[in-house]
Design a protein around this ligand. Structure first.
Ligand SMILES: Nc1ncnc2c1ncn2[C@@H]1O[C@H](COP(=O)(O)OP(=O)(O)OP(=O)(O)O)[C@@H](O)[C@H]1O
Ligand SMILES: [Mg+2]
Length: 238
């Protein structure tokens, strides 16, 4: 897909963050525009989740800053959510002991809108979320996030362990949201699927962004990118 000329809705400038004195991700410069799907790729342990956590306000930056809708922020996640940032973490962030409907009601958006976005959830509204299949749980977390009408959506490993058909369905919903102006940052294991829906891609290696380009540029270099930057073996032995 070609570039989207919307305003920048999420940005990292010289962002470093980690869990102790030594930063895990270093001097990151990245941006996501309204209506744009950006994918962040990297081997296991490269720092993708750490990056999303720092952007979400769950980890304080040791250097640099995060800008949400053009404004520098150091706010906590719940405040960033109120300002328009939706974050679907790797563990999906749903309440397993509550029903599908209760989970939707606890979101910031209208449950009915969420059910319109993912009609597959309608027959499951009374079921405990912990009893839903992995794919259904992920549909629930994405539908709840999108129903809050965010300006920015960040998803961590949306497709982990899910069947291709469900992955396709989730990516379709995300593409539709982007079509309506949501800026999306996707961390994905399914590199090819991610590059198919993304406009741009960043590749993270050992905490540093090493490649940034249009999805088609990165797709054209996929063999090199996969062998040099995306295999865990490379990451561990580098
Ligand atoms: N809570 C934590 N405390 C200390 N170190 C951590 C913590 N979480 C992650 N790390 C370390 O930070 C580095 C980056 O981890 P991160 O989870 O960001 O990688 P990732 O790219 O998301 O990997 P994966 O593809 O496996 O999810 C790793 O070396 C990891 O061991
Ligand atoms: Mg991760």
């Amino acid at each position: 897909m070609s570039a989207v000329p919307g305003p920048v809705v999420l940005e990292a400038r010289g962002l470093s963050a980690g869990y102790g004195p030594i930063p895990v991700v270093k001097a990151l410069d990245l941006s996501v525009r309204a209506g744009e799907i950006v994918t962040l790729l990297g081997a296991n342990g490269a720092g993708k989740t750490t990056t999303l956590m720092a952007l979400a306000g769950l980890l304080p930056p040791s250097q640099g800053e995060v800008l949400l809708l053009g404004r520098s922020t150091r706010a906590a996640l719940h405040e960033r959510s109120r300002a328009g940032l939706a974050y679907v973490p790797e563990q999906r962030g749903i309440f397993r002991n509550l029903s599908t409907m209760e989970n939707l009601r606890l979101g910031r958006g209208d449950p009915e809108l969420a059910l319109n976005l993912m009609p597959e959830l309608r027959p499951l509204i009374h079921r405990r979320a912990g009893l839903l299949s992995g794919g259904e749980q992920q549909m629930l977390s994405v539908a709840r996030a999108l129903a809050s009408r965010p300006a920015v959506l960040m998803c961590d490993e949306l497709s982990l362990g899910l069947a291709p058909l469900i992955v396709h369905r989730l990516l379709q919903a995300i593409q539709a949201a982007a079509g309506q102006g949501v800026g999306v940052l996707l961390v994905e294991q399914h590199v090819r699927a991610a590059l198919q829906v993304a406009h741009r891609a960043y590749v993270l290696r050992r905490g540093t962004l090493v490649i940034s380009g249009s999805a088609s540029e990165v797709r054209a270099r996929l063999d090199e990118v996969e062998s040099s930057y995306l295999s865990s073996a490379t990451e561990a032995s580098a």
